[in-house]
Design a protein around this ligand. Structure first.
Ligand code: PEP
Ligand code: CO
Length: 448
């Protein structure tokens, strides 16, 4: 392996990076970012890797979810608390159904950079750089807004820090206590068809806890406080590099801007800058994989990113779409098997199921999302493999961005509360419905 350092990616071709026009300003902002304290610490990262290793063995299950893109404007207490509520509630349903600890990971506190299919956008004959996420430029369609601004790197770091600080305080204060799921109630579920099923699960968990605690006379270990981890797409390599630190205790480099960064589909080239950067950090890492990935390419990723076959180190998040998964997944499972390595397999049923309505909205149908997820469980099982988690774009807000679900949202409903900057998210109710589907399915599979 050639020598790695946090900047060695700069010798490779880096896709999806912004073109800054003021190199001096860029340099001074990156230098400041490199001096500021990290957002997470290495022992949290190590603890997460151990849990991901347990998920790989089938003992735990990963729930990773959040916005497609966070925005600086929405770094607000209400939104963050709602996002946590929906992740906690969804995880409770999964816990009940799967009877395994759920690893909760937010697409949060740093999900600010987006890959785009085109570098520029043209409206009414005017061509400007594409919006690439709040850490790079601004969404308004003006030349000034779309100019990549290096000061936004610091703004992003600060907002990620504010978000994490609030999450940590909520968790420490008992917000995530399994004895008090009523803290996670979101008003608009009151009229939801999913409410009754959810409440039955909550009652059953609270009753079991009470029963066990009165039987043993002591509180059940670790129910008062759940762990919560942060993840984002490691897209903007100067940002990731600036938060990469050497930890003498373990003699390794860590990306301390997040616990669990991933490589997106568009930047997973084997000889590209992202793979070069990711191979040298000690965090658990993930890669998005799709139908266009050849078996040799995937095998190269597996051996480059996890040469020592370390448990929990590498997660593959597959995102094929409901139509493709049966054709593509067996081939990729087999390709990984041939390397003799083990990975954690996770299904992202969102990104392969995006479509546009006649009205011009980017949407996803819940039935396709459910179908892909069910097929993911089936195909892994049939191949003697195991699905160890789900990766969702979801929000605690009552938005109308994906169609379907118990409330029967149709294309005509999308205009009512379509708020995403980039991809359509499951609303709170749809996320719960998906979790209920997984829980139901696992009840059928269980034989005792
Ligand atoms: C995403 O997760 O928002 C994303 C862009 O996904 P992918 O890289 O799988 O297309
Ligand atoms: Co997305």
């Amino acid at each position: 392996m050639s020598t790695w350092n946090p900047a060695s990616w700069q010798t490779r071709k880096a896709q999806q990076q912004p073109q800054y026009t003021d190199p001096a300003a860029l340099e001074s902002n990156v230098a400041e970012l490199s001096r500021l304290p990290p957002l997470v610490v290495s022992w949290e990262i190590e603890a997460l890797r151990e849990r991901l290793a347990a998920a790989q063995r089938g003992e735990q299950f990963l729930l990773q979810g959040g916005d497609c893109a966070e925005s600086f404007a929405e770094c607000e207490s209400d939104r963050i608390a709602k996002q946590m509520k929906v992740i906690l509630q969804t995880s409770l349903v999964l816990l009940h159904g799967l009877k395994r600890p759920i690893i909760r990971v937010g697409r949060m506190a740093g999900q600010y950079a987006k890959p785009r299919s085109a570098d520029t956008e043209t409206r009414d004959g005017v061509t400007l750089p594409s919006y690439r996420g709040d850490i790079i430029n601004r969404p308004e369609f003006t030349a000034q807004a779309r100019e990549p601004d290096p000061r936004l790197l610091l703004r992003g770091y600060e907002r990620a820090g504010l978000t994490l600080n609030f999450i940590r305080s909520l968790v420490d204060g008992g917000f995530a206590d399994l004895h008090h799921p009523e803290y996670w109630d979101l008003g608009f579920l009151r009229n939801s068809p999913a409410r009754e099923a959810y409440q039955r699960i909550v009652r059953s968990i609270v009753d079991s806890l009470d029963f066990f605690e009165s039987l043993t006379g002591s509180p059940v270990h670790e129910t008062g406080r759940v762990d919560f981890y942060a993840s984002h797409e490691g897209l903007h390599l100067l940002y990731e590099q600036a938060q990469t630190r050497f930890i003498p205790r373990s003699q390794q480099w860590y990306n301390l801007s997040t616990h669990f960064p991933w490589i997106g589909m568009r930047t997973a080239q084997l000889d590209g800058a992202h793979v070069e950067y990711f191979r040298g950090i000690a965090n658990p890492v993930a890669v998005k994989v799709g139908a266009s990935m050849s078996s040799e390419w995937l095998q190269g990723l597996v051996t480059t990113l996890n040469p020592n076959n370390q448990p929990g180190r590498l997660t593959l998040i597959h995102r094929f779409g409901a139509k493709e998964i049966e054709k593509s997944l067996p081939r990729l499972i087999d390709a990984v098997r041939q390397t003799g390595q083990t990975v954690l397999w996770v299904c992202d049923p969102m990104h392969g199921n995006t479509e546009s309505t006649v009205g011009g909205y980017k949407t996803r149908r819940l039935e396709n999302i459910q179908r892909e997820l069910e097929l993911a469980f089936d195909v892994h099982e049939a191949q003697g493999s195991r699905l160890g988690g789900v990766h969702l774009e979801m929000t605690g807000e009552d938005v109308t961005e994906c169609t379907g679900g118990a409330r029967g949202l149709s294309d005509a409903d999308l205009a009512r509360a379509y708020r995403t900057q980039v991809d359509p998210r499951l609303n709170y109710e749809q996320a719960l419905e998906l979790a209920l589907m997984i829980a139901d399915r696992s009840k059928k599979v269980r034989t005792f």
